[in-house]
Design a protein around this ligand. Structure first.
Ligand SMILES: C[S@@+](CC[C@H](N)C(=O)[O-])C[C@H]1O[C@@H](n2cnc3c(N)ncnc32)[C@H](O)[C@@H]1O
Length: 381
């Protein structure tokens, strides 16, 4: 634990013991052990901006989904907090991939000097050359639904543009003015081979998400398009001082015995359905400072409210982390982007990737609360 605290305090990774490697275009990069780790060893911190849940929701609405996946939500002091690791800052924790079958690490929330940190600890011995994965939780991650053969086929069918797009670093998106309303897309996305199709968006009031309590089980709208699972770990245990007496390995073992929260505890955020929540214990270290949530807002380079909409300007920006098939803007893919781009006004959008040019336009009849959207193919560029 001392090891973790030292690294967290210095905001340093174990660069001698860990390595980043490009795995494939589908999975992107991953973190690998260069040295042996023992069971219970601190491996890496999931470092980023500590923000409130409200701020994370705001960012989630403005981020491209490739960035939104780096928002890790967790429960602490009866509130949901978030570590936003979307910035490509060279830190390693953000690059650790998911493996729910054979994870060799586990994420633990650790409080150091009054602030929560997310640390990965080894669940067992990790040998040099092995990848460091942990269980992201939930069950809606797209790769978990795919067979190995499917993802291999995806990788093989990916072209060099895809390859370089994944290799490139992703940028923090600028701004967006997307509304916080649910959209139910009534379109036959299966008929995505047609050059032109239109979709009707029906708007509906979403329940207030300012508090978790009292939320009904969300309906899974847009399940065929735009489902973005989240990194979440909502533990409700803040009084874990007894954890100080146990090693991380013991804590990890004990957390495995905790019961899972039922599906009825799922909450819905603006663009996603959060997968099943997990209950884990936290570790408390020298809680000295009472944390003031006002300190947590880090506006970074965020221009929200400028009225500017986020438009992908490159292949990297428009990459789909969910399936890795970037730059192949089929109507289905473009349709997914509609959800990110959708706003209740008239607007146009076009993809910037090689291949056929897809033009998207949307206009809204505000009085009826309906948007009519069109995607049109304009041949190869
Ligand atoms: C927190 S990032 C991890 C780092 C990422 N691989 C990268 O290169 O930036 C999460 C993203 O990694 C990819 N990923 C993580 N685990 C994966 C897995 N088991 N199979 C396929 N892709 C995975 C997905 O694109 C996911 O959205």
């Amino acid at each position: 634990m001392e090891d973790a605290t030292i690294h967290a305090t210095k905001a340093q990774d174990k660069t001698v013991e860990l390595d980043v490697q490009f795995i494939n275009p589908y999975k992107g990069r991953g973190v690998f052990a260069k040295c042996q780790f023992g069971k219970g060893d601190f491996v890496v911190e999931y470092r980023g901006d500590l923000i409130t849940w409200e701020e994370s929701q705001r960012r989630r609405r403005t981020y491209h989904r490739a960035s939104a996946v780096f928002l890790y939500e967790f429960y602490w002091k009866e509130k949901i907090w978030c570590i936003d690791a979307s910035r490509e800052d060279g830190s390693l924790g953000r690059l650790v991939n998911d493996d729910h079958r054979h994870p060799n690490c586990k994420m633990k929330r650790v409080i150091i000097e009054g602030k929560p940190h997310l640390f990965l600890f080894a669940l067992r011995e990790i040998h040099p050359g092995q990848e460091i994965p942990y269980d992201y939780g939930g069950k809606d991650w797209p790769w978990r639904k795919q067979t190995l053969e499917q993802s291999d086929a995806d990788v093989e069918s990916s072209d060099s543009a895809v390859f370089s797009a994944v290799l490139e670093t992703s940028e923090r998106p600028s701004t967006s003015t997307m509304k916080t309303q649910e959209q139910t897309i009534d379109a036959d996305v299966e008929s995505s081979d047609s050059a032109v199709f239109s979709a009707v968006l029906e708007t509906s009031e979403r329940p207030s998400t300012s508090t978790m309590k009292g939320l009904n089980k969300p309906e899974r709208v847009c399940s065929s398009v735009g489902l973005i699972p989240s990194l979440v770990d909502y533990s409700d245990s803040d009084s874990d001082s007894q954890d100080l007496c146990t090693s991380p390995a013991q804590q990890i073992e004990s957390s495995k015995t905790q019961s899972l929260v039922s599906d009825s505890d799922l909450i819905l955020t603006d663009q996603e359905s959060i997968p099943r929540l997990r209950r884990t214990k936290s570790i408390q270290i020298k809680e000295r400072i009472e944390f003031d949530s006002d300190d947590l807002f880090d506006p970074i380079s965020d221009n929200s409210g400028s009225g500017e909409e986020y438009i992908p300007k490159s292949c990297e920006d428009s990459s789909e982390d969910t399936d890795g098939l970037v730059c192949k803007k089929s109507p289905l893919e473009a349709h997914k982007d509609l959800q990110i781009q959708a706003e209740y006004s008239t607007k146009t959008w076009q993809n910037t990737c090689p291949g056929p040019l897809w033009l998207y336009s949307a206009s809204t009849d505000r009085s009826k609360g309906r948007a009519v959207e069109t995607i049109e193919q304009h041949g190869a560029r």
